[in-house]
Design a protein around this ligand. Structure first.
Ligand code: WQD
Length: 343
């Protein structure tokens, strides 16, 4: 087994946690990241946790010549985990071409490189956003894909199709798309975590920033949904559990001997948690009370979604280990640690 893995977007939130899990399983890791939404210091955090170095190169995957040179110089890579992409839903509505160009071109350049340099394994970072508001819950991998709500979501749908078509036309490329539900939390060491630039869009970083006093209050987007407490429901999973699934996906690709091989897995806990339940969890683990303001629903938000995890449980052998409170505690520890060392 060739244990050299290229992780694109490896200094980002999910990427950095995945690099840690790979290094701890004795994979050798190459990271490519243009640092457009992450910081180089993340590499120090990864090293502090694992005591192992990964190779790092800073460039943009849209630069095909540069990527070819990288592959030419590193002919020993056997697998790629592709995280690098823009991910802000709202921005993608305002600047769709920025999203289509970046997210699709980078993927196509990688696939060209896989063909040319004979790299067999690809794990792709996809999203439950492809399901939209599903009619039946929980959602399985067979739940119909809905027209995307945003250009960002559309790039995930199109990327999955591009990968599938490439796998079916190729003699040797195998791939797994992982559809994440809502990743939260940080490494328990608090040495790496989520680093939202500016005002966070996502619930948990907004909660921890409110808890520490950077935000005056938490905006609760809607309390009139058709849910038990009126707030929207999501399936929040610990980022370390999610990171481990990537290692298992790579191992599974090594086991697949015949092509074509393309698989999709939902990654979540299987349990829906409302915004108010999330707030309670934070208040329990932090001992702090949050100021809340209930506002209108956020445009584009769905009411409720959670994963059917049986396929990932049975086929990938993966399931989440952390409870909600454990995951939220790591998010809070990271917020405190990060603010202490950066203010
Ligand atoms: C969760 C819930 C908000 C912030 C996003 C992306 C999606 C996917 C997963 C990757 C919602 C509410 C939030 C706040 C709040 N990512 N909320 N106050 O919307 O499920 O999805 O991450 O592909 O594409 O859009 O996650 O964390 O933004 O929101 O009340 O300040 O919390 O309305 O109900 P979401 P989120």
């Amino acid at each position: 087994m060739n244990n050299k893995v290229l992780v694109t977007g490896g200094t980002g939130y999910i990427g950095s946690h995945t690099v840690v899990e790979l290094l701890e399983k004795d994979f050798e890791v190459y990271i490519i990241d243009n640092l457009s939404n992450s910081r180089i210091e993340v590499l120090d955090g990864i090293y502090a946790i694992t005591g192992k170095q990964s190779e790092f190169e800073k460039f943009d995957l849209c630069d095909q010549d540069r990527l070819r040179t990288f592959f030419k110089n590193n002919k020993d890579i056997g697998s790629i985990i592709h995280f690098a992409a823009y991910k802000a839903v709202g921005e993608s509505v305002e600047k769709p071409l920025k999203y289509y160009r970046n997210n699709l071109l980078s993927l196509m350049n990688l696939l060209d490189g896989m063909e040319e340099f004979h790299i067999p394994n690809l794990v792709f970072s996809s999203s439950c956003t492809v399901y939209g508001q599903a009619e039946n819950l929980p959602v399985t991998e067979k739940t119909p894909i809905k027209p995307a709500e945003s250009p960002y979501g559309n790039t995930k749908q199109i990327s999955e199709e591009i990968i599938q078509d490439t796998v079916y036309s190729s003699k040797f490329i195998k791939s797994v798309s992982l559809r994440y539900f809502n990743p939260i939390g940080a490494h328990p060491s608090a040495l790496i975590g989520e680093l939202p630039m500016g005002v966070p869009d996502n619930l948990v970083p907004y909660i921890t920033q409110t808890g520490i006093g950077i935000r005056d209050f938490l905006r609760v987007f809607g309390n009139d949904y058709n849910t038990p407490d009126g707030s929207a429901i999501r399936d929040y999973l610990h980022v370390v559990d999610l990171a481990k699934a990537h290692v298992m996906a790579i191992e599974r690709l090594f086991e697949k001997k015949s092509t074509p091989s393309y698989e999709v897995f939902n990654l979540g806990t299987g349990k829906g948690v409302s915004v108010f339940e999330m707030i309670k969890s934070f208040e329990r683990v932090s001992g702090r009370k949050l100021n809340l303001k209930v506002l209108d629903r956020r445009p584009g938000d769905i009411e409720k979604i959670w994963a059917d995890t049986r396929h990932a449980n049975n086929e990938l052998g993966w399931k989440t280990e952390s409870s909600l409170d454990e995951a939220v505690k790591t998010a809070w520890d990271w917020e405190k640690h990060y603010r202490k060392s950066n203010l």
